[in-house]
Ligand binder design. Structure first.
Ligand code: THU
Length: 142
């Protein structure tokens, strides 16, 4: 995974990274204290955000990435170009397996920027993070 710095990004990517860092501050994570923010750029140019929302029943926790996907789909946007994910990890953390699968449903070629408040950046492409992801095509060829 390529490592870089947020300040070297172009203005559009820098803004997406900053949005993810900003929404991370809104995370509700009283149990893990691990805050995550996501900023998802749709093919319409709109940006949808999400943060993790934990629950005392731990399994009811919602990840930041899936919240951003839900926000987009609820606005009729189902094709995504880029996703910035902000964590406090050093180097920046990557999305969990469930979120990879949910993102794969809509955009297997999604470009992902992993960032943290220290300005570290890692780049990934979803299909590299989830090779052979399950898809609707698998259901059709049973
Ligand atoms: N979390 C996310 O929001 N996204 C991920 O991809 C990884 C994990 C959240 C869930 C939980 O609130 C906390 O991080 C620790 O697992």
């Amino acid at each position: 995974m390529a490592e870089d710095r947020i300040e070297n990004l172009n203005e559009e990517e820098k803004a997406l990274a900053q949005t993810a860092l900003d929404v991370r501050e809104k995370a509700y994570a009283p149990y893990s204290h691990f805050k995550v923010g996501a900023a998802l750029l749709g093919d319409t140019g709109q940006v949808f955000t999400g943060c993790n929302v934990e629950n005392a029943s731990f399994g009811a926790t919602i990840c930041a990435e899936r919240m951003a996907v839900g926000a987009a789909v609820s606005q009729g946007v189902k094709h995504f170009v880029k996703l910035a994910i902000a964590t406090g990890s050093q180097p920046p953390g990557s999305p969990c397996g469930i979120c990879r699968q949910v993102l794969h449903e809509f955009s297997p070629d999604l470009e992902i920027l992993l960032v943290n408040p220290a300005g570290q950046l890692r780049r990934a492409v979803l299909k590299d993070l989830l090779p052979l992801g399950f898809s609707g095509a698998d259901l059709e060829s049973k």
